[in-house]
Structure formats: structure tokens, C-alpha cells
Ligand binder design. Structure first.
Ligand code: HEC
Length: 110
């Protein structure tokens, strides 16, 4: 790829906004850690498997819904309106991954 093509490709990325997508860890550190690092207001702590197990058991869709729209003391989007739904998704997956992980999907019965 020559420089001109590379610049064009980068320009496309910037225009689509995807160059600003964040990793789950980055979103967590920037926004979610405020409460989820120390467990402020009853927030389940990162890595606390016992606190996360019953939450994870609700299923990924419920967790994403609560993170997107808010749930009790959990503010919608962690209170950060600059985060996209995709940022919230990767942040939730990061937290769950660090705190026990999603259960393996049972094989579909034939
Ligand atoms: C202002 C503090 C605060 C911030 C910032 C915050 N949370 Fe929370 N979060 C909470 C609290 C408190 C709860 C526990 C709510 C309850 O069950 O009572 C919670 C619960 C959750 C849950 C579990 C919901 C459930 O159904 O059990 C998820 C997932 C979550 N937060 C994701 C996030 C993500 C992702 C971010 C960052 C984008 C974030 N939180 C930022 C306070 C916060």
C-alpha cells in the first residue's frame, strides 16, 4: 500500500468514527472504574466473582440493557453520554470477562 492509499484509508476510518472506538478496558478505566473499581454504592467490583455471578446469570442481554438504560444506582451509560452503545457493550464484556465470564453456551439439543 502506498502512502496515498494509506492516508485515504485512514481518512475513511476517521470519517466513519470507528477510529474512535474504545477497548472495553479503556472504557472501564475512563468511566466505569469510578464505581466498579472500589464498589461504590453497591456496584459489583471488577474481579469479584461472587458479586458478579448472580448478575451474569441474568444473561448478557439484561446486563447490556441495564448498562445502557440504567438500573437502580447504576446510571445509564455509566453517566457518560459520550460513550456509544458499542463502548458500553465492550465495557460490560470486559467486566464480565474479568469477573468469572459468561457461562458456556449449552449445545443445542438435536
Ligand atoms: C456512579 C457509579 C457507577 C458508574 C460510573 C458505573 N456503574 Fe455500573 N453499577 C453501579 C451500581 C451501584 C450498580 C449496582 C446496581 C444494583 O444492582 O443495585 C451497577 C451495576 C452494573 C451492572 C450490573 C447490572 C445488573 O443487571 O446486575 C453492569 C453490567 C454495569 N453496572 C455496567 C457498567 C458499565 C459498563 C459502566 C461504565 C460505562 C458502569 N457500570 C459505570 C454504579 C456505577
Amino acid at each position: 500500500m502506498n502512502t496515498k492509499t494509506l492516508l485515504l484509508a485512514l481518512g475513511g476510518l476517521l470519517a466513519s468514527g470507528s477510529a474512535f472506538a474504545h477497548s472495553g478496558e479503556a472504557v472501564f478505566k475512563q468511566t466505569c472504574a469510578t464505581c466498579h473499581a472500589a464498589g461504590v454504592m453497591g456496584a459489583p467490583k471488577l474481579g469479584d466473582k461472587d458479586a458478579w455471578a448472580p448478575r451474569i446469570a441474568q444473561g448478557r442481554a439484561v446486563l447490556l440493557d441495564h448498562a445502557d438504560y440504567g438500573y437502580k444506582n447504576m446510571p445509564a451509560h455509566g453517566g457518560n453520554d459520550d460513550l456509544s452503545d458499542r463502548d458500553i457493550e465492550v465495557a460490560v464484556d470486559y467486566m464480565v470477562g474479568q469477573s468469572g465470564g459468561y457461562p458456556p453456551v449449552p449445545p443445542t439439543k438435536q
